[in-house]
Design a protein around this ligand. Structure first.
Ligand SMILES: [Zn+2]
Length: 322
């Protein structure tokens, strides 16, 4: 995510001051918040497998995966090896890697998207672009910004979708896009939308994962229907009776709480392509060196994976998204 930090920090400070200044009695220590949902006793297998991917992408040597760094290239190699092992083919003829250039503070920087294709049962159907950015903030002032939730979690989810697609194909063909330089302002997604591997008219929808692994209240947001109302009747039945709490929102009104432009789906939306974005509410480790894998609950992650595949199946059965 590339959410503006300052207003959110101020909001947190204001909330803290409010709490400190609140009159007694305060809730007893250790008492759960009213909205907290108890975690299931056992973590499921999907959650454990997803967490293993997140751990690999935050291992020593990945160094926060900053665009242009050795750690970023190690992350690319790891993702490519996983795609190869799954038998997912590159979208273009020259391999998964699709380099692009962008300008950062007056200097030209090269980023690298990785794009794979998963064939659908209906060859004539338009493409669903499923995406997650793999870059993060790297090393700053000697501290590694691991980016376990942001966004190793989204990459793990995208690989989970790739695995599902190879086992049981969808009707629609998928493009699996691992974007670079999201943290530099959605650069990889913008490059993809400008020069897609298939004609732009065949891109029907973007489904984007960015920060999908952590929620103290076991909540995932699904944004998009606020901007693209035709999505709502497709999504609503798909998320009913989910193992975690699913909320629609964060997609209207502009400003800080509208996430429409705050991750890669923003580039698709700007190009007139509908989007479905999965993400969690901000947490204290957002864009901090402390965004590490051991803080992730595998059962929540597994719950998100269940919701993601149900939503993908519902979107796959539908034929119009606008
Ligand atoms: Zn971010």
């Amino acid at each position: 995510m590339t959410r503006p930090a300052r207003p959110r920090r101020l909001a947190r400070l204001a909330a803290f001051l409010l709490l400190v200044l609140l009159p007694w009695p305060r809730p007893a220590a250790g008492q759960p918040a009213a909205s907290a949902v108890p975690a299931p006793a056992t973590a499921n297998a999907d959650g454990a497998a997803l967490l293993a991917s997140i751990t690999a992408l935050t291992a020593p040597g990945m160094d926060g995966r900053a665009t242009g760094s050795d750690g970023n290239r190690k992350a690319q190699a790891w993702i490519e090896a996983r795609l190869g092992a799954l038998g997912v083919r590159p979208a273009g003829s020259a391999g998964y890697a699709v380099p692009f250039m962008f300008n950062r503070a007056g200097a030209t920087v090269t980023g690298t998207n990785l794009v794979a294709r998963c064939e659908g049962r209906r060859a004539d159907a338009p493409y669903l672009v499923v995406s997650a950015h793999y870059d993060h903030l790297g090393i700053r002032n000697g501290q590694t910004y691991h980016g376990a939730d942001d966004n190793a979690s989204g990459v793990a989810m995208l690989l989970h979708v790739a695995a599902r697609c190879t086992q049981t194909p969808f009707d629609h063909p998928l493009l699996l896009a691992f974007f670079d330089a999201e943290e530099a302002g959605l650069q990889g997604a913008q490059a993809f939308v400008k020069a897609p591997p298939v004609p732009a008219a065949r891109l029907a929808l973007n489904i984007n994962f960015d920060m999908v692994s952590r929620s103290a209240t076991r909540e995932i947001f699904v944004a998009g229907p606020g901007r693209w109302p035709a999505l709502r009747p497709i999504l609503e039945p798909a998320v009913a009776q989910a193992p975690i709490t699913v909320r629609f929102g964060h997609d209207t009104g502009g400003g800080q709480n509208d996430w429409t432009t705050q991750s890669d789906h923003g580039a698709f939306h700007a190009a007139g392509i509908p989007f479905v974005y999965f993400g969690v509410e901000d947490h204290p480790d957002y864009h901090k060196p402390s965004d590490t894998p051991e803080k992730i609950a595998p059962d929540f992650l597994g719950g998100v994976a269940t919701v993601v595949l149900r939503v993908l199946d519902a979107l796959d059965r539908a034929s119009a998204y606008r």
